[in-house]
Design a protein around this ligand. Sequence first.
Ligand code: NAI
Length: 251
Amino acid sequence: MRFKQRVALITGAASGIGLATVKQLIAEGATVVGTDINQDELSQVAVDTGSQFIPYYSDAGDITQIEPLMAMIETKLGQLDVLVNNAGIARFANPETVETGNYDLQMNILVKGPVFMVKHATKLLRASSNGSVVNIASVAARMSLSHSCPYGLAKAAIWKFTEDCVVTVPGVRHNAVLPGFIHTPIIEKSYTAAATARILDTVPKIVPAGRMGTAQDIAHAICFLASDEATFINGAHLVVDGGLSRVSPLG
Ligand code: NAI
């Protein structure tokens, strides 16, 4: 029970990595506040998980919604020990096709929201005996995918922000997880059916682990970094990609 009497806040809690992390944190004793823009799915998570889960409908890209969220946590729960900036979308383009709406949407959800979450969560996190932020970046922060503008840029930015916070926001630990290809609904939401089928077929042949990642693979990494087992880990990035980013085209 690594998270007994701990309170965690996770964005994008209704699906995929967020949902798997909610379930693991709850299984290990935490009370979890989960945000999402998908109200129906978030309500279903509350039904499925019970009283340790507090659903909070909110848009991770709208920073005006953060202060009311923190006020609710302070009033209702009185503490915050873990913040997981996880909410995300992937709307792929390249620099010749990217449009301002798509650019702003992704940068708001993947970078601006997490930055201001840290701003407003720090007071409570610092009061914790093991206050910690885990930001979900991506191997797209390090690998140059042909269509990853501005997704890869945004993920590199949040990774850099994580490292800077070690110095700029002392008293709280800051770590990042960089997932590889993880089979969650974001794949089908982001790629055409043909491209999805190609990914599901090709990735297991390329990745040394021989399979796509699972949401649970990432939840394990997040929970480790947020736990008391990781109190000396600060400013780390944990690549969880089955070895994908170590593969050389030369063999
Ligand atoms: P998912 O699509 O299963 O879950 C994302 C959740 O975020 C959904 O519940 C969605 O409703 C929510 N969300 C989207 N926009 C939101 C907003 N504006 N405000 C609040 N909630 C919002 O996707 P998955 O795979 O679980 O993604 C989680 C994170 O992991 C994302 O940041 C993603 O970029 C990152 N990631 C995922 C990888 C993968 O292969 N699945 C690889 C690398 C990173």
